[in-house]
Design a protein around this ligand. Structure first.
Ligand code: GDP
Ligand code: IMO
Ligand code: MG
Length: 429
């Protein structure tokens, strides 16, 4: 029976968390399939704001089972902090409803140190990572030297493995980066309590999901990051180290593709990017500042995880068409339409000029994205505050026209539009 997949269609922070929360209301299971605590998914429930990094957004519905899939990289200390923080706010975090796959990888202090050291060595060419140890943890996974969550089943053995891993990582830290080594015993001790806490959560996730799907349960697969941050299909090397596109749901959870019924792409009504790398529609002027917010506004574009200001720019439908193609999107959700209220005119990039030619698709080598200049269509803005609108027909004509132009340019139906961070600020089309 059906699995629905949520993927970011841009550079992350599209509002996946709040959209996952919306669809979680109709789901039995919500399963995160990739990434780690580089993600920051914000969900507003009434006056409460939850900033989730590892725990799926379904956690705010008491009857939903939440899964941390094998495609993830998990910092045990951060996960325990997050779970306890949720418990303090009255959320049930028992192993009855939170399940951790046994084939996820563990982020250690050595991975975090390596992330920082690599970024420092890159200097001006730094990727602008979140410094959460994501890249080094996935590097160890692929090099077949990683630590897996399943190892938490035997805590003593796990501690020994952490020590050996720290000794090995220290060689890289010292020899390649001239960085300070970590104390293997201290590192193992720092993870012990978290490992002990998490042990009861270990679950055979692929089997659990298979059985749930066979029984006809509704599984929502929650992606993190976004299409252009994909390790294979993103803007390499300015990417993360995981697969945020639809394939990541299949490998990251261990479900078959035939279970997937809908692939829901999430796109902001404009574009943002944190970290380095080319961004064709970036606005470096006061219009970009306006999209970002000025500090006191609830819609501020500052990173949920790192607090960095997000780079902002106009909507890029070349990017959205690419996301639709790579993940086979069945539909699109457009978030933050309210932020565009008050502009006299709004621009949409529908093509690029690349070496004197007009192109409608991203260059096959995305290393060339820096050479692409956006070709804009200009469309009328609207002045009305739309944050209270819940009926599509009640949106100003110019806002409807913007949505429809986007839909035509991408070639995928826009099923949901959000006009504010709260649950009720959602327009179903
Ligand atoms: P994610 O990483 O894709 O889950 O997105 P983030 O949570 O990092 O960033 C989205 C931000 O926009 C959060 O602060 C949300 O509360 C906020 N947000 C989401 N949808 C809307 C919307 O429709 N309007 C406004 N103004 N804010 C929104
Ligand atoms: P959510 O799930 C936005 C970006 C970083 C950096 C690059 C590599 O909230 O959308 P990493 O620490 O992963 O090695 O950093 O990827 N990045 C994100 N940008 N939203 C995210 O997650 C991101 N996760 C990673 O800023 O450019
Ligand atoms: Mg985010």
């Amino acid at each position: 029976m059906p699995a629905h997949v949520i993927v970011g269609a841009q550079w992350g922070d599209e509002g996946k968390g709040r959209v996952a929360d919306w669809y979680a209301a109709q789901s039995d299971i919500v399963a995160r399939f990739a990434g780690g605590d580089n993600a920051g998914h914000t969900v507003r429930v009434g006056d409460d704001t939850f900033k989730l990094h590892l725990v799926p957004s379904g956690v705010l519905y008491p009857d939903v089972i939440c899964v941390l899939g094998g495609g993830m990289v998990i910092n045990p200390v951060k996960l325990v902090e997050e779970l306890k923080g949720l418990a303090d706010r009255g959320i049930d975090i028992s192993p009855d409803r939170i399940k951790i796959a046994m084939n996820a990888h563990i982020i250690t202090p050595a991975h975090i140190a390596l992330d920082g050291a690599r970024e420092a060595q890159r200097g001006e060419k730094a990727i602008g990572t979140t410094k959460r140890g994501i890249g080094p943890a996935y590097t160890d996974k692929v090099a077949r030297v990683g630590l897996r969550t399943g190892m938490l089943a035997d805590l003593e053995d796990f501690a020994n493995r952490v020590k050996a891993h720290t000794v090995y990582s220290n060689r890289c830290l010292e020899a390649l980066y001239g960085a300070e080594p970590l104390d293997p015993d201290e590192t193992a001790t720092s993870l012990y309590a978290a490992a002990e806490f998490l042990k009861p959560y270990l679950t055979d996730v692929p089997l659990m999901l298979y059985e749930a799907l066979q029984e006809g349960q509704q599984v929502l697969c929650e992606g993190a990051q976004g299409t252009l941050l994909d390790i294979d299909h993103g803007n390499y090397p300015f990417v993360t180290s995981s697969t945020p596109t639809v394939g990541g749901a299949i490998t990251g959870l261990g479900i078959g593709p035939r279970h997937i019924e809908r692939v829901i792409g999430i796109a902001k009504a404009y574009s943002t990017r944190v970290g380095a790398g080319p961004f064709p529609t970036e606005l470096l002027d006061e219009q970009g500042d306006r999209l970002r917010g000025t500090g006191a506004n609830p819609w501020d574009e500052f990173g949920t995880t790192t607090g960095r200001p997000r780079r902002c720019g106009w909507l890029d439908t070349v990017v959205l068409r690419y996301a639709a193609r790579i993940s086979g999107l069945t539909e699109l959700v457009v978030t933050k339409l309210d932020i565009l209220s008050g502009f006299d005119t709004i621009k949409i990039a529908d093509a690029y000029t690349f070496r004197g030619k007009t192109i409608r698709e991203l260059p096959g080598d995305q290393g060339l994205l820096a050479e692409c200049a956006p070709d804009y269509q200009t469309t009328d803005g609207w002045q009305e505050d739309i944050m209270g609108v819940t009926d599509y027909e009640k949106l100003p004509a110019a806002a409807q026209s913007y949505v429809e132009k986007t839909e035509q340019a991408v070639g995928v139906p826009i099923k949901l539009i959000t006009v504010g961070p709260a649950r009720a600020q959602t327009i179903v089309r």
